[in-house]
Write a protein that binds this ligand. Structure first.
Ligand code: ADP
Length: 405
């Protein structure tokens, strides 16, 4: 159902991933088998300054471009109105059924994607303090689209939802109960990516349908998830997306005592700490060279090598912790930018997990093969490209069907 078999025909679904100054979009066509096929990808960047629109077909051939000049109206509503008009001109007569949005935070309440109403929007607004860097932009796009096209159904798909079934221990900090009840708990993120992998893995390896799998989503944002029989059991990201692994510019988990020390000894306030934890740390902070794994791997600077080593050390360490959460481990999956394309990182993590029975085949790994473990490896290791947009399109289709829209 998830395989991207190209086919024309069917209705259309728009998928939106809105950030602070850019908005990525994809258009999918529905298939008779219940699946969806991507037909257009694109983005509007420079929102708030000098917006630029570009769109490509599935062969990566440019099929649309525009830059807004200073005098032109280019607020979010105007941009989304343009986008919808452009898409409708490129649908070959298909009907646009709905827009599905990636929304970073669904709190404790939203364990499933949901059709957006005013009441839902109010609930999502109340979660802004939990994800101040992402949630406001996700909601701004929803509002702008509602203003431009009030008749178009919109569906919110959450990065947190896949983790809501985790055992309570995995979702709870050892804080006073009242604080946990007020919502200070571990939510987990990258849920749309993990859900996609959880559905895709049994298609590739049916014997792993009920298995205990550690999935490593290693992109510029990076996290890992323990998935048992297709369900999230534990994850490395917690209350916010800064927990867990070191990332491009984020620390990952850090002794909270460091933050108290920095407040007292260096007079750092919340804004300064936020900048430090989110923007100045991780691969960039350790290397002093770059937040980009490709640049670090190509660099001769010993600090770049240290950043890569620290990253691999932490991935391997978390794999051990997540295996423990599942009472064992049957497979490992790598995904996202680094996970899908960086053979040296996968090889190094594999070496560190030799004690678990991991053995990586150098040739398969170098070729980014789907299965990169050696034939004798006790644990199979897979590389599966993630597709959060497809997951959102599938959810959007399902929610529409359930709502009878
Ligand atoms: P996100 O979606 O979180 O912004 P991606 O999943 O696109 O991030 O991953 C971005 C990361 O992937 C960057 O650190 C980039 O260096 C890394 N990356 C992409 N291609 C390669 C490659 N061929 N080798 C190593 N790292 C790569």
């Amino acid at each position: 159902m998830l395989s991207p078999t190209p086919s024309a025909g069917g209705d259309a679904l728009l998928v939106i991933n809105a950030g602070s100054s850019s908005l990525k979009f994809s258009v999918f066509r529905t298939r008779d088998d219940g699946g969806v096929t991507a037909v257009i990808n694109g983005q509007i960047s420079g929102i708030g300054t000098e917006p630029t629109f570009e769109a490509k077909d599935t062969h990566k051939t440019p099929i649309g471009a525009k830059t807004w000049t200073a005098g032109e109206k280019a607020d979010r509503t105007a941009l989304l109105s343009f986008l919808l008009d452009w898409i409708e001109e490129h649908l070959d007569g298909a009907r646009l059924l709905a827009a599905g949005h990636r929304v970073v935070h669904g709190g404790s309440g939203f364990a499933q994607p949901v059709l957006i109403t005013d009441a839902v929007l109010d609930e999502l607004e109340a979660l802004v303090p939990l994800a101040p860097l992402h949630q406001p932009h996700n909601l701004a796009a929803i509002r702008a689209l509602a203003e431009a096209h009030p008749e178009l159904p919109q569906i919110a798909c959450f990065d947190t939802a896949f983790h809501r079934g985790q055992p309570w221990q995995a979702q709870t900090f050892a804080l006073p109960r009242e604080m946990t009840e007020s919502g200070i708990r571990r939510y987990g993120f990258h849920g749309l990516s993990y859900e996609y992998i959880a559905r895709r893995l049994p298609e590739i390896a049916p014997e792993l349908a009920d298995a205990r799998v550690v999935v490593c989503h290693l992109g510029s944002g990076a996290s890992m998830c323990a998935i048992h029989a297709g369900k999230s059991v534990d994850s490395t990201m917690g209350f916010t997306a800064v927990d867990g692994l070191p990332m491009g510019t984020r620390t990952g988990c850090i002794d909270p005592g460091v933050l108290i020390y920095l407040m007292r000894s260096r007079g750092m306030d919340a804004d300064a700490l936020e900048k430090l934890l989110y923007n100045k740390s991780g691969l960039l902070g350790v290397s002093g060279v770059s937040n980009d794994m490709r640049v670090l791997l190509d660099s001769a600077d010993p600090h770049a090598a240290e950043a890569v080593e620290l990253f691999c050390f932490r991935v391997a360490k978390e794999a051990g912790a997540l295996a423990s959460s599942m009472g064992g481990i049957d497979a490992i999956v790598f995904t996202a930018g680094i996970g899908e394309r960086s053979a040296p990182v996968r090889a190094r993590v594999g070496e560190k997990l030799a004690w678990l029975g991991v053995s990586i085949d150098a040739e398969r790994n170098g070729a980014n093969a789907t299965r990169i473990s050696a034939d004798g490896s006790r644990l199979p290791v897979w590389v599966i490209p993630t597709d959060e947009e497809q997951m959102i399109a599938l959810h959007t289709r399902k929610v529409l069907a359930l709502a009878g829209v």
